[in-house]
Design a protein. Sequence first.
Lengths: 824, 325
Amino acid sequence: MNNINKLSLNIVVPSIVFIVFFFLQGAVFFVEYQQAQQKLYKEKAQYIKGIAGNLQTTLSNSLMRLEKAQAQNVVSETALDQNFKSIAVVDHNQQIVLSNTLRKKYMFAKLQLEHYDGQLLNQVMEKNEFIFQYNQYSQDLIVYAPLQMLSKGNSLNRKFNGLIFIRYSLTSAITELRYEALFSLIKITVTLLISLFVLIYIMNRFIILPLNKLAKSTKLSDLNNQVEIDQSGLGEIGVLQHTYAALSEEVTRNLNALSASEQRLLYALSGARDGVWDWNIDQDSVYYSERWKEMIGFKQDEIDDSIEEWETRIHYDDLFLVLKELQEHFTGKKSFFESTHRIRCHNGEYRWILSRGQTVSWDANGLPLRVIGTNTDVSNYKKSQETLSYQAQFDAITQLPNRSQLLVNIEQESTRAKHNDLYGAIIFIECNQYKSISDLQGNYRGEALLYAIARRIEECKTGPDFVAHLSGSEFVAILPDLHQNREHAAEMALEFTKKLDKNLKGIFDIEDEEITLSCAFGIELFPLIDCNAKDILRQSQMALKFSENNHFSNISFFAKEIEETIQARHNMQKKIQHGLDNNEFSLYFQPRTDASGQLIGAEALIRWFHKTDGWINPADFIPIAEDSGLIYSLGDWIVKTAFEQLAQWEMLGLPESFTTLSINVSPKQLLQVGFTDSIQHYLERTQADANLIEIEITESVLITHKALAIEKLNKLRKLGICFAIDDFGTGYSSFSYLSVLPVSTLKIDQSFIENLMQDNNQKVIVSSIINMAESLKLEVVAEGVESEEQLQFLIENGCTQFQGYLVGTPMAKQDFQTLLFKKQ
Amino acid sequence: MKLSLLRAKRLTALLFSLLLLGACSPYERPLTVGAAPWPNFELLFLAKELNYLPEEQYSLFELPSSTSVIQAFQTGKLDVAFLSLDEVLTLIALGIDLKVVSVIDQSTGGDALLVKPEIKNLESLKWRSIGYENKAAGALLLDEVFTLSGINNQTIQLFEVKQSEAKDVYMQGNIDGLIVREPEKQQLLQLGARELLNSNILQQRITHLIVVREEILRSKEPQITYLLKRFYEAYDYYQLHPRDALTTIAVRLQMYPYLLEESFKGTQFIQPEDALLRLSGSPSNIELQANQLSNFMTQKNMLGKIPDNFNSMISTRILESVIYE
């Protein structure tokens, strides 16, 4: 199809004209030739018939006058036409009488005359019939004409006794006709061809050449410069040339503008050192500019046009983001594709590339077909950005996070602490001498000192702790997740700070000079309601300001009540220690009776009379003693004192009903290494009867340290000591351990007894405990019995032993001793 | 563009050559040749019988008498005619453009005055009737008769009898003497006629020629040359196989071969080389003859005017081709 379109009009138009003319002329020629042949046949037939008619007359006359020579003359002269193949006169005997060919005379007609049909002789003679034939095959006209040859006297009847045979050939005439027709066809064809050449010349001169010229000037490469267009064409060609000239001018102007713009763009691109990529999604090919490849260290021919060349070089960590960006651009969420990612270079290193692109064509379904974009090498920018970012977050001198990083961390930890319901602490640290050292001994030395301080602080920190440097000698430490309890958390923070303080007090060896520092610390706990990171930091800094006039000399809490609480606890601890040293503690004994009201035992309870503060409630000092470890000393004192007292009473002669002296042992004490040894030691020293001693333990220790507890209990049991579960029912109250522990008594917590009569549920619980104990063959002691009703209920339900104000308040040694021996 | 023009030029050249080819070989009518019976003319028909002449190129007309030949040539029905010199002069006088291309023979007794057997001499012809074809041969013989016998056209009855009619006329017996030529001469002799005079005694020889219409000579020279060649070949055949040739010729003329052989004796065949000599030169032998004959014929009122440049009517080219090619 294209090839046909490319054919010159010079060939196409004349060819069409020639073909059309050829076929039309061919048809006309054929029809005319047929008609001419027909006409020829008719003319010749007429002619031959005329000749035959003439011969009939002239020959008949001559022959009847017996002028045979005359007749022969007539025949010969008539035959002076080469188309007469035969003119002969045949008589009734089929003998040729006259012939244009003399040698045939007097011969037998049937043998000598070609195409002569002898059978027609009679028909012609008798019926006087003129027979005319046309032999299609030989193209002969044949005539049989009757002829009167002999006179029959005077008779009017004409008697035909011969015939004239004429054979006239149309061959030459037809051939001539054919030649003439062919000749005329050739003439017409030549005329046509000449006309065609004239046509071609005219077309060429006035249409094709101007058009070709025009076409040559249409080449875009030439259009950058103004093209001279020949405008001398005729008619429509002229119009076309004019129009084209105008168009060309316009196009040239636009092209120049475009080219200038393109140059600017190219200049900009090359100036920006950006690589260009052009992704034809439809054809799955990408054009990568030379700079694109050069950027990652490849030569022009080392990267082909597949998208994989790019994709496979993207850093694994960035690939997901790049694809996401692309996806977002393709789905229309973002009008631009923009991604900064790493691409693997020729040498295996990665470079940071900023790739920007935009879809420039879409298919009918709105899917992208082509995306064009640029790649910019942002490695250097990225590096400096990282440095900046590091510098923004880290302090250059100490290599510690800076203020901004600190604030972020505080914010995070604060949020986390809120979520975990734990308290953390922030400690503001300042070294007092730094400024003077820095001023006097130079900046460099100051920086070295700061670095050393930072390292010392870091030495103290544990896993999640965070240390930052602010300005000058200001440091901040964050201790997250300290404790659920705020005071405990504060305590732990204080411990850490003290450790830090001690560490920082060590000698610094800076360039062969020993420096000793003293630091101040400000502590604030978090989370704080309605406080952000800055607030928390500021409060810790404020806490620092108060550190000078502080209980802990150089350590200060922002929250004063905490500080005071801690201070109080510390004081209490000191007092306990002092109390122990000065025998300020004493044992009181609370009676235990059976259902009949008989004294069957007592519970030893510690009491403290301070010389200035008066009586101090055990609830105030026992927890502090437990927290601080003073409980060991205190517990040891109770055990020792109780044993001594029992031994003394034994010597005085205990009543038989008195079976039990119970002593409270804190879990810490029980679990203390060497507890059983100390019990054994005191037993041996005091010679107290171990079988009278009952140690009260809480359920919690059995739950948390079951194996260790069981082991210790069994050891002590072997000594003869009994055990009671104190405050039974308030803890987990698991029955499982009851079967495996050497426990003999359950003490129902007084909280059950207190509301026993008002609360039906309490009754059920208490009676259940009693029933169960009974089943397990355990003694049950009801504590806190304060009314007769309670007592009555308990007795009715099978409880055997009672404690409480109703049966006896705790009393001093002398009072109890009086009671003990009075009854006796 | 240039290529297509070049191609077009080539195409044009091709078409023009085709056209020329077409112009060169349009339908060509056969060459029409005619002759009346005369011994050496029969060689023409012999050539045809020997298939020397292809039918599509040569159309031979068998005409009964010289008059018919002249008429046919005159009316353009013949391209080539075999005639006697006087007949040629007659045609020239009529303004027919022709060329004499060869000389065939001379009558050495072939033309004769025959009379009924009872007439014994020329003088006996006085007041008798003589039939002749109004031609130079007849006139020359008649003139000789007048000269020898003293008879003139006042004392004799003259009738026009054409060659082919001679036999019929003689048999009807109405005419006493007939000036005839071969082969009728032999036929009449066979019928008992007496020969009183023949062309042998004539000073002026009766010469037979081949003439061609001028325009035909120009357009069909090779064809004419070929015709002459074949004519002379037929003569050669006659020389080599006289019996065969005579028999063949005799069939056409409806006579016995031995009579025909006699007929040939009344002629003197002129070989082509000799013929060329007679036609060549200025004035040529033929021209001299023609001048002489035309003078005679003018005297006898047989010729309207004397052809002035007979030499220009002669073309030796054909004969040269026949001899040398």
